[in-house]
Design a protein around this ligand. Structure first.
Ligand code: GTP
Length: 313
């Protein structure tokens, strides 16, 4: 009866004696390892699978036989320790079964301790797990990026800004932020239509993002045709230089804006930028910093747009 059970269970079962010789080898093991029981019974398990010598399973078997300790091999660390294959095609292409392996000491009357190695096929579970992880990553990136332009969204900005402000305060370094707004964008939409408005937003966002070179800099879509940039560890003068280069870059794109009031930026798409800086030893609230950048932007708009204005919080 036990033989029949061992023969049909959907699990690899191997019993080793105290010398690590194979005593029992079930049908599942024959099918997936390519070794028939007749070929392996009586042989050292680690001579059958020499690549396992000195590995985690070797250690687990030693502990079970010597110290009477059971062990479960972590699935995340040892995904496919034993060369076992679902079928011939998988063997040819070298794709192993993903395994969960447990080693259990076995007391045997009248003989030194044996151990049982159980191997289950967790390929489906691993596959499902990978799928779920990929989906979670995808969802996470959607939660933090703007659907239209692909740059960070407002939520991402809010979290990053809080974090950078705390870091700047703690490390007594400067923190600069820019608020950028496309000029006469309502007129652009009115003239070219909303679809082309969207395309232009994508182009402007891409051009601004490409100008930021330090990995710690972050550009986000703040809403509508407004963008924000966080420039950690940057003082006001350097921040203003970055802002000016961004302004020039957008003007250089030379995106026609026939709907802009005559004379403005030679009727090209332009941006106005407000700059605000938290000085190294003068931390302010995030809201105060954003407020200052916003006021600077408003001043830039009032003074004719297509320009950079600095305001301290
Ligand atoms: N195509 C498109 N337009 C948008 C989007 N979000 C906001 N807008 C438009 O952007 C325009 C912003 O206009 P306003 O805030 O009045 O300012 P403006 O016309 O840019 O003028 P100034 O900012 O004063 O230079 C509005 O017409 C919005 O409809 C978007 O996702 N796609």
């Amino acid at each position: 009866m036990l033989d029949s059970v061992f023969g049909v269970i959907d699990l690899g079962a191997v019993v080793l004696d105290h010398q690590r010789r194979v005593v029992l080898w079930n049908h599942w093991m024959s099918r997936h390892s390519g070794h028939e029981a007749g070929m392996v019974v009586g042989r050292d398990f680690f001579a059958v699978f020499p690549e396992l010598r000195g590995k985690r399973l070797d250690n687990a078997v030693l502990q079970a036989l010597r110290d009477n300790f059971p062990a479960v091999l972590s699935q995340t660390l040892h995904k496919a320790p034993i060369p076992l294959f679902a079928n011939h095609a998988a063997r040819t292409s070298g794709v192993r079964i993903q395994q969960a392996v447990a080693v259990t000491p076995l007391a045997v009357t009248g003989a030194a301790r044996h151990c049982l190695i159980q191997v289950s096929d967790v390929s489906a579970a691993v596959h499902r797990e990978r799928l779920l992880r990929d989906q979670a990553l995808e969802l996470r990136s959607q939660t933090f990026s703007d659907g239209l332009t692909g740059i960070a969204n407002r939520r991402h900005f809010d979290l990053a800004m809080e974090k950078e402000q705390r870091r700047a305060k703690r490390s007594a370094i400067a923190l600069t932020m820019l608020m950028i707004d496309i000029d006469f964008f309502k007129a652009y939409n009115d003239h070219y239509g909303h679809q082309q408005g969207d395309d232009t937003l994508i182009r402007v966002a891409g051009a601004l993002a490409a100008m930021l070179q330090r990995p710690q800099d972050l550009i986000a879509r703040y809403g509508g045709e407004e963008f924000v940039v966080i420039l950690p560890d940057m003082d006001s003068a350097s921040g203003a230089r970055v802002a000016e280069s961004l302004r020039q870059r957008i003007a250089q794109l030379a995106i026609p804006h026939a709907g802009a009031p005559g004379g403005h930026g030679s009727q090209r798409i332009t941006v106005s930028i407000g700059v605000a800086t938290q000085a190294p030893h003068q931390p302010v609230e995030v809201a105060a910093l954003i407020g200052a950048a916003d006021r600077a932007l408003y001043t830039a708009k009032r003074h004719g747009r297509n320009q950079v204005v600095i305001e301290n919080p």
